[in-house]
Write a protein that binds this ligand. Structure first.
Ligand code: SF4
Length: 348
């Protein structure tokens, strides 16, 4: 195996690491020791983990190699955004957002995205490649290290950056298992949110596996014809099929689904749109997160202001639907996913 073909050590769940080690005695001890060095040393672990020679030999096909930070931007509201590049040059973005005691990192799961949502900068890039679990875990570690400098701890992880998480199901779930493992990053499953543009097969699988992660569906319209214009995936999976999958998730996991609704002025904010949204949510008792769409260059849509969001929230409440307004973060540093990448590509 060449250096290029080595896998990152961060891609192994505790069970997988135990399989790779398969020592006659002390496997559990070494799994804990290696996890301790990887996730609890308080610093970025270096390539030299100082392991017993026979243990190190068993890990010869794995490596620790950190992505390069291509840009690092800090917004006045405390939001931090990175553009990072892995060994093969694939670049992704991650964003750290802080609200009082809650510190959330939003990670990418693919370089680019095949979903082609018309309002999204990443959608315009097309799909480049999936990230492996270790590459996703390293994004979380980068954010955690930034917080550690301020004496703060990471509390939440959302898989909502570049890419469609459920199109990279295995690696996303492997990363979530490492992040939530008691001996790993120990972030409780209920503080981990996995988003989707609406892939029913992945939602059914999540429902069956009952790992305890939150599910967030990017809805953006509860009218098929409008949603199809915003999200091409809606032509293959309409709202009825999405609803059926979400109901199954709801019933098997006993968790409510979060529906993200980015309000775009004149596109999805008419009284008819809001009425359809309320009717959709009533059919499965989900949560609505209203957010203002972050402007993307070359996309002719307009963001909605806070006044409009508050009016929509009131309209929904009148119809018995509780909606939270999610504050838009880091607008000054182009926090919508894919925008930093697009700027870097233009410079090249
Ligand atoms: S919004 Fe999400 S799913 Fe849609 S293109 Fe952008 S990254 Fe992909």
């Amino acid at each position: 195996m060449t250096e290029q073909e080595k896998k990152t050590l961060f891609s192994l769940t505790p069970a997988e690491l135990a399989n790779v080690l398969a020592l006659k005695r002390g496997t559990d001890y070494w799994v804990k020791t290696i996890y301790q060095k990887l996730y609890h040393s308080g610093e970025f672990p270096s390539a030299a983990l100082e392991l017993r020679p026979d243990v190190a030999r068993r890990l010869k096909n794995y490596e620790i190699s950190w992505p390069q930070i291509k840009s690092l931007l800090r917004a006045p509201d405390g939001t931090v955004k990175w553009l990072i590049a892995y060994n093969d040059g694939a670049m992704v973005e991650l964003v750290l957002m802080s609200y009082d005691k809650r510190h959330t990192v939003c990670v990418s799961t693919q370089c680019g995205c095949a979903m082609g949502c018309t309002f999204c900068a990443t959608g315009k890039m097309g799909f480049k490649r999936h990230l492996n679990a270790g590459e996703i875990v390293m994004e979380v570690l980068i954010a955690r290290q930034e917080l550690a400098k301020k004496g703060a701890a990471l509390t939440n992880v959302v898989f909502m950056g570049m890419g469609e998480p459920l199109a990279n199901y295995e690696e996303v779930m492997r990363a979530a298992a490492i992040i939530s493992s008691d001996i790993g990053l120990a972030i409780a499953p209920r503080h981990i949110t996995i988003s989707t543009a609406g892939l029913p097969a992945g939602i059914y699988r999540m429902a069956q596996e009952k790992a305890g992660y939150q599910l967030a569906v990017s809805l953006h319209s509860a009218i098929d014809s409008v949603r199809e214009k915003l999200m091409p995936i809606a032509k293959t999976h309409n709202l009825e099929s999405l609803l059926a999958a979400c109901r199954e998730y709801n019933s098997l996991t006993k968790r409510r689904v979060f529906f993200e609704y980015a309000v775009m002025a004149g596109i999805n904010d008419s009284p008819k749109d809001i009425e359809a949204l309320a009717a959709f949510i009533h059919r499965l008792n989900g949560h609505v997160n209203l957010l203002s769409w972050n402007k993307v260059d070359e996309v002719p849509f307009k963001s909605a202001d806070t006044k409009r969001l508050l009016a929509i929230q009131a309209e929904l409440e009148k119809r018995g639907v509780r909606a939270l307004i999610r504050e838009s973060r880091g607008a000054e540093i182009a926090a919508a996913c894919g925008q930093l990448y697009a700027a870097a590509e233009q410079k090249q």
